[in-house]
Design a protein around this ligand. Structure first.
Ligand SMILES: Cc1ncc(COP(=O)(O)O)c(C=O)c1O
Length: 379
């Protein structure tokens, strides 16, 4: 399919590939774990063993590479498998800068397993470019990790400025862009070297696949190392998951655009509610990261927001208990809307305020979502 089509068009048709043998517009699922070797010992098919590669995940990877404007992508068994592969491709003693506010399980992994592996991990407020510049150690810092918007306060880090600082110090920049999706932000075009997604969220969009991805701006020795981490550790997704992911990605643009519009309506209504102390959503003009978000997010500010309750933790938990349409569940980016008292999921050491409810806005009618929240808040 001609690559000059818009990304949303390429996603809708999963790159427009037609199965050559049958003319099928939907790819088959390739379950094979092993592939025949040629009599001369070669592998003309390009496939050897499915821990390294498989045609079903290749199709999903190719679509994501196109959407992110990258050179290549790798599909992993989960977002955590993708993210931790990046840190495992570093050497003991390497200095890495990570955000203070980030996906809690990755923060936990870094300080537990990452430190034991010998990485020097420095948490920094990555929304503050002076703080980021001060933390970088030229020649020793190998990686700057950003998450933007960052879970669950939706803080915005400036990707272009961070890329410049990281590169000047000789470090690479990787961005967890799970919440922004390639519909709203293309980190590689802004200077990042690597983009990571929990494909479990918006890319799949139907809460029925756990998967993760990495996309690189260039194929180099570092990318070879990441491929080798995946192939040798075996943190690869299954063919059925890859196929479901590809099917989900066909509606990515529709879903994300709808979620952005609904999240905006929910945020505006919640901002006026007397029981809500604060709404955290990057589109709101008084949100601290609004200007940076407006620069690097195009077409919307995402489907994720948080509200802080005037009545504190008890009011937050009681409100979550009273909704009927919103589902009390962790995760995000699915078609169904989710509400979560985030601090009690993250546990001790979490920077999340106790009065905060995290909302993942799905594709239901926004009027229903607002009515359900208002009923829960009024009780
Ligand atoms: C921003 C972000 N990054 C990474 C992850 C980890 O992804 P997974 O659950 O697919 O391992 C999550 C999961 O919630 C997430 O929200």
């Amino acid at each position: 399919m001609a690559m000059e089509w818009e990304p949303g068009t390429l996603a809708a048709q999963a790159l427009g590939r037609v199965e050559p043998r049958t003319g099928a517009l939907v790819p088959g699922i390739e379950p094979a774990t092993t592939f025949e070797r040629d009599p001369d010992g070669g592998y003309r098919s390009g496939h050897v063993y499915a821990r390294a590669d498989n045609p079903t995940f290749r199709h999903a990877e190719d679509l994501l590479t196109t959407l992110e404007g990258g050179a290549d992508s790798l599909l992993f068994a989960s977002g955590m498998a993708a993210a931790t592969a990046v840190f495992q491709a570093l050497d003991p003693g390497d200095h890495v800068v990570v955000p203070k506010v980030m996906y809690w399980a990755l923060r936990g992994w870094l300080f537990d397993h990452g430190s034991r592996w010998g990485l020097a991990i420095e948490p920094v407020d990555t929304t503050d470019l002076d703080a980021l510049a001060a933390a970088l150690q030229p020649g020793r810092t190998r990686l700057v990790w950003l998450e933007t918007p960052a879970n669950p306060l939706w803080e915005i880090s400036d990707i272009a400025a961070a890329a410049e600082l990281a590169h000047r110090a000789g470090a690479r920049l990787a961005v967890d862009s799970t919440v922004a999706t390639p519909v709203l932000t293309r980190p590689l075009a802004l200077g990042a070297d690597l983009v990571m997604h929990s494909a479990t969220k918006y890319l799949n969009g139907h809460s029925d696949v756990i998967a993760g991805t990495l996309t690189t701006v260039r194929e180099d020795e570092w990318w070879d190392r990441l491929k080798s981490v995946r192939a040798r550790q075996g943190g690869i997704a299954g063919s059925f998951e890859a196929w479901l992911l590809l099917r989900g990605m066909r509606t990515l643009f529709l879903r994300v655009r709808h979620c952005c519009q609904s999240a905006q309506l929910v945020a505006e209504r919640m901002a006026q509610h007397p029981r809500v102390a604060q709404v955290l959503y990057p589109s709101l003009p008084d949100f601290p990261g609004h200007a940076a978000a407006a620069r690097q997010m195009t077409g919307g500010f995402g489907g994720m927001l948080s509200i802080r309750m005037r009545g504190g933790e008890a009011a937050a938990i009681a409100t979550a208990a009273r909704v009927s349409l919103w589902k009390r569940a962790t995760s995000l980016g699915g078609v169904e809307s989710l509400i979560e008292h985030r601090a009690s999921i993250e546990g001790p050491g979490s920077p999340v305020p106790l009065d905060l409810l995290r909302l993942s806005v799905g594709i239901e009618e926004p009027a229903d979502l607002i009515a359900d929240l208002e009923t829960a808040l009024a009780a």
